[in-house]
Design a protein around this ligand. Structure first.
Ligand code: C2E
Ligand code: CA
Ligand code: CA
Ligand code: CA
Length: 278
């Protein structure tokens, strides 16, 4: 027992309490899920802060698993990414999300849709043309679609990435820098990329009302975006304090649980029609 006590004493202790482990999905399970049409986009509203009016939505992937229920991206994106399914998932997201956007627009809702593009795809020279074809097939104009790219992604494979982004921008798509502030790209690089939007990462936005360093990050991001002629979207607006602060700072648009959580397409359509008063 003494030995056991000594061993326990020297056992490294985790500094943070362990979280419940995520279920691990095999590549086969993911391939099946894709084949059976179990993945679908949920929609996160994006609103104008000055008016409170909805401007569009971001499509976020969800997996309706036959036994696990609704599965969040953090449980499947890593496997999708490393096991070669990102192109399939992205095609599916682009096709379905733009089809929904077409429905909104046919109903006279002037909304745009934003879709996440993984860094692993930006090295593919045919990406821009493939995305363009998929959007055209849905009967949606490129100016009503924005592709979101994380800052870290935008700095890898620089040549191909820049080529793909330039082509997409030329065709008329919007391009957003996602998770701004968490990556490593220099301002120099951002200046040279054809972005149209900057999305301030939720870690800064959520804490801005309480934490001076986060607030400073939000302020400097807004200033940078203004100087570069980009529109800004604050992600992760969770309460009225954050909303009011962003409004006072002149931030154009916001997303977050204070406005709404991601929801299925049918629910989003009702939400968009009712236009919650903020
Ligand atoms: P993201 O692109 O940064 O998406 C925003 C995430 O923040 C979403 O998580 C959204 O549900 C969550 N969120 C929205 N409002 C709030 C808020 O007020 N507070 C907090 N704490 N979170 C909020 P979700 O849906 O779990 O997606 C996680 C990530 O998975 C996304 O981060 C994105 O990087 C990735 N992802 C999701 N769908 C796709 C996809 O179709 N393709 C690719 N490549 N990545 C995707
Ligand atoms: Ca995003
Ligand atoms: Ca983000
Ligand atoms: Ca993120």
């Amino acid at each position: 027992r003494k030995l056991q006590a000594a061993l326990d004493l020297h056992r490294p202790r985790p500094e943070v309490p362990a979280r419940a482990p995520l279920p691990r999905f095999t590549p086969v399970a993911i391939a099946q899920g894709l084949e059976r049409g179990e993945f679908e986009p949920y929609f996160l509203p994006r609103v104008d802060i000055a008016t409170g009016c909805i401007r569009g939505a971001e499509a976020l992937a969800r997996w309706n698993h036959p036994t696990q229920g609704r599965v969040q991206p953090e449980a499947f994106i890593p496997v999708v990414e490393t096991r070669g399914f990102m192109e399939s998932l992205t095609n599916l997201m682009v096709c379905t999300a733009t089809a929904h956007c077409r429905t909104w627009r046919d109903l006279d809702l002037d909304l745009s849709v934003s879709i996440n593009i993984s860094s692993t795809l930006l090295g593919d020279g045919r990406l821009a043309d493939r995305l363009t074809e998929l959007v055209a097939a849905a009967g949606i104009e490129p100016r009503h679609v924005t592709f979101e790219i994380t800052e870290t992604a935008a700095t890898r494979n620089l040549g191909r990435t820049l080529e793909n982004l330039t082509r997409l921008r030329m065709y008329g798509f919007g391009l957003a820098i996602d998770d701004y502030g968490t990556g490593y790209s220099s301002m120099q690089r951002l200046v040279n990329m054809p972005f149209t939007e900057l999305k301030i990462d939720k870690t800064f936005v959520t804490n801005a009302a309480r934490e001076p360093s986060s607030r400073a990050m939000v302020e400097s991001s807004l200033e940078l975006a203004r100087k570069l002629g980009l529109t800004t979207i604050a992600e992760g607006v969770e309460d009225r304090e954050a909303w009011e602060l962003l409004r006072s700072m002149g931030c154009p648009q916001a997303q977050g649980y204070f406005i709404a959580a991601p929801m299925p397409a049918a629910e989003f359509l009702t939400w968009a029609h009712e236009q919650k008063q903020l």
